[in-house]
Write a protein that binds this ligand. Structure first.
Ligand SMILES: [Zn+2]
Length: 349
């Protein structure tokens, strides 16, 4: 049984909620999170019920009494304000707009555990950044940023143990910094989900990858490319499956897929330069699904980022900035949310 105080963290996503916790010494309670469907398509009340149920299931599994719970944190993809109120988003059910996620989780969790529980809120990439900074630098002495290209391109900035949340909770929207990067092929146009072009996310993300593939695979020279043989019943599934197949093909040495990864990695290097110019970091951490294609591909991506960064940035940054792969993968979200709760209880961060 976990003794002493426990801080619970819940990573709330479109499809699942993931729960873990940390102890007083900020060590994870479990090596693996507990997960449940988030039911976000049904609406916010259904998700809050799932969050509370998942926390209770985690407590039961880990034999944690309600008396030990000293606080909780939730994160979500946002967009949300600094108090965890969900803002309008095109890819979200409209009944989420204006929902006070943090406050509702606090009310429902306190009722379920029959004691007042303070709940903190973070954007999911900020939460992951907070945890990655702590894991690499437990004393909180560094300046770091997490860049996490996945479906989009998320980021988090931590300055000496303190998360840069900003005034509105919109700090470190690194994916929407603009970069100057040549198109992958002549005629290809970048397009970000936010409607603008030239955002880093329009170059280095799964969304960008899908756009590149549609363009590249239509070229005559790729007519017989293995990705053009991937076909599903409907068009959307076909392209989804093709996008997911790129990492495996790149790992196996496919020329087109490797060229896409190299080009996206160079785009990331340009974003790293932008970030370095703003925060002058000790460490830049690369996470997200982009980096999870196996050891050889990860090494190649990190190599391109380091060398391109060295070419375009100031000598002092090129010589001094450490580049690392994120250490905690998808666990960083819920553990960062727990760390946010720990920091709140200890008046830090
Ligand atoms: Zn954008």
């Amino acid at each position: 049984m976990a003794s002493g105080q426990v801080f619970i963290g819940v990573d709330v996503g479109g499809t699942k909620v993931a729960v873990n916790g940390i102890d007083e010494n900020r060590q994870p309670i479990s090596p693996q999170w507990l997960e449940m469907p988030s039911n976000s398509h049904i609406g916010p009340s259904a998700t809050v019920s799932q969050i509370v149920a998942a926390v209770q299931a985690f407590m039961q599994r880990q034999n944690i009494a309600a008396a030990s719970i000293a606080g909780a944190g939730v994160d979500s993809p946002g967009p949300a304000n600094i108090n965890g109120r969900i803002e309008r988003s095109s890819n979200m059910n409209s009944n989420w707009e204006g929902f006070e996620l943090r406050e509702n989780v606090q009310t429902q969790l306190s009722a379920a555990l029959a004691k007042p529980i303070h709940v903190s809120y973070e954007n999911d990439c900020n939460s992951a950044g907070l945890w990655e900074s702590f894991v690499g630098d437990p004393q909180g002495t560094e300046v770091m940023a997490l860049l996490a290209p996945g479906t989009g391109l998320g980021g988090g900035i931590v300055i000496k143990g303190r998360l840069l949340r900003g005034t509105r909770g919109m700090g470190a929207e690194l994916g929407h910094l603009e970069i100057v990067h040549p198109p992958f092929m002549d005629g290809w146009q970048p397009q970000c989900g936010c409607g603008r072009i030239h955002c880093a996310e329009a170059y280095a993300s799964m969304a960008a990858l899908a756009r590149i593939l549609r363009f590249a695979l239509a070229q005559e020279k790729y007519r017989n490319h293995p990705l053009n043989q991937v076909k599903e019943a409907d068009e959307a599934q076909t392209w989804k499956k093709r996008a997911y197949a790129v990492r495996g093909l790149a790992a196996a040495g496919d020329e087109l897929c490797l060229a896409i990864f190299d080009w996206q990695s160079a785009a990331l290097a340009r974003l790293c330069h932008q970030v370095a110019c703003v925060i002058d970091p000790d460490r830049l951490v690369i996470g997200g699904g982009f980096i999870e294609g196996g050891a050889a591909l990860t090494e190649r991506i990190m190599g391109v980022i380091r060398s391109e960064f060295a070419k375009i940035t100031f000598k002092a940054y090129a010589a001094g900035v450490k580049f690392e792969v994120a250490r905690s993968g998808d666990q960083a979200g819920c553990l960062g949310a727990a760390l946010s709760a720990w920091q709140h209880a200890h008046h830090q961060g």
